[in-house]
Design a protein around this ligand. Sequence first.
Ligand code: Q9C
Ligand code: ZN
Length: 673
Amino acid sequence: MASGTALLYDKEMSNYKLLWDDPACAIDVPERLVSSYERLKHYGLLERCVRVPVREATVEEILLIHSKEYLEVVQSTQFMNEEELWKTSQNYDCAFFHPNSYRCARLAAGATLQLVDSVVCGRVRNGMALVRPPGHHSQRNVSNGFCVFNNVAIAAEYARRKHGLQRVLIVDWDIHHGQGIQYAFEEDPSILYFSWHRYEHQEFWPNLKESNYDAVGKGEGTGFNVNVPWNKIGMGNADYIAVFLHVLLPMALEFNPELIIVSAGYDSGIGDPEGRMCATPDCFSHLTHLLMQLAEGKLCVVLEGGYHMRMLSESVCMTVKTLLGDPVPQLYGEMTPCLSAIESIQNVIAAHAPFWNCFMYDKLTTVEEPSTKRESGDACPVPQTVPYPEACTDEAKKADVFLQCHMTELLLSVPPVRTAAVLPPQSLLRGVQVEASTVAVEETEALISNSGVMLVKEEAMLLSLGKTLSLLTKILNKQIRNGIALSPAASLSSVVAVKQSITLGFQKVLCIAFGDVDLGKDFSDDGKTMLLKIGGKQNSEMSISKYHISLSWIEDPPEESSFVFAVLRFILPLAYSYQPDIVFITLGAERSISVKGISLLACFLQGLAEGQTLAVIQDSEAELAEAMAEALTAISVPHFASGTPATTEAVLAIKQERQRLQQQWKLLQCSVN
Ligand code: Q9C
Ligand code: ZN
């Protein structure tokens, strides 16, 4: 699998600007590009990327999406005086031309194509293009919303024609609806377009009826256009994550894209004057990380909007840092989606249920009377940036002060070793450092008896556990990011290690166990541990509570799609709601989940706890250990598609547990009734 992250940037794209007074266009300033680039330099991210040169898109490439007449209009702006430029601009909604606009627009589209070439040909794994002008509003015949050529639409069409791709996913996290992309592909089933956008029941620009959730595509493309309208401002991290987990990712895994292109606007973040939303820069790390687990990691991120300089540049940095494989920071704030967001989620699922197996059993109807129309007690907060010192009414300034201190908290120390493993003598795992040190046998024995498990005097077991505990300490000390421990007694090892992590000072430990694992009876219900047992024998000793969760369904043979459903719509929402600071994955014998399924889960789980994951695996499971090593080192991304629906049994079991737990763990909720 390819490695490396491409970065595309040319200062030339900052060499055009608004030449007259127009408040609606004044926010698209050259500084947007320059400050993002300077920030990447500041964090030392630039030199870690592969610099790919920018080129101009050719006329043929532009004509993949735009008409000849429109291209000629844009070309003609090169030689216009200011008055002619102004006149031409007035033919469009929220557009402005400058003598250098044509050149920059060709570079923006060309940079996007260069990025797609680099990723599709495997010269890099992923990458980002910092471009200007943006693209997603522009259409066959029109410029719109600062956009001249539709960079992402051109690139998607190019990926199909030039590289023969059959399925491309476009994720538009800009806060405006990329109606230009929707129009280009609404009849096309080979391009799945997903966009969330500020909508406010059509009161927000561009005020289109077709930006609503019921625009699902047309003709052959029906079901391949996904709109998530936001009917309130103030949407934040929890709302965005909820939509990814409950809506986008299930569809994306079923669609099975060969490439993902992101229309990456950062006007969906806090402090932005256009979006007026609340997401913090760390949220973009998570969105990026979640998408990196699809399409075998082939992810092209392309800049669209973003008008708050600090928010924009810090978020660009978080995105690139994540593409490079750095640990993902903990998500900021309460993990509670607001009522209006849940209504939007429900509506999108209801609208798309006829076309997607993943929504087959949701059985949802649309919300006829949304809370935002009723003006009822929707608790969705208006942007309110938390700690700011001086009395200040300017939202942008508040966000500035907030980000100044928030970003210093996000600067994690990156452990020098990514993955280490406790292995039987003479064995190795690719890309993994073998853990050699161990804690003393007496100490190990003492910890076992303190843990309330039966003391086993078997030498191999004690040695494995001793090393596992040593590895755990190194994870705590940020010497190692994650680890794998092969044990002759996985169940016992993980019980002792989970208990020891609390003693060592971890605050919240998430333990997900598969197969015959006895998590014991004496984990207290104090919130320091969340135990999640999947499949295997029912554990009679384990009492059920909001922190002790057991999920099993009878399925023979086990369906991978049922497990994917459980991962996206149960396990990850729980994990994101709990916000652990270390994650254990315990794999006993007799597991009923496939190796692929478990590696997919392990990949996603690295978005939690800053990637501090410890997988404890029964030593007979060699194949699983290898797959786990690939997942934790990120040497490869498991290829995973789930076209078949989950089984009724699985969905019912999951829904029932979701009902029981959604009051406590709010990200589980995806409908209002
Ligand atoms: N009060 C991009 O983000 N503003 N374009 C309309 C609403 C238009 C944004 C005015 C904003 C266009 C790429
Ligand atoms: Zn935008």
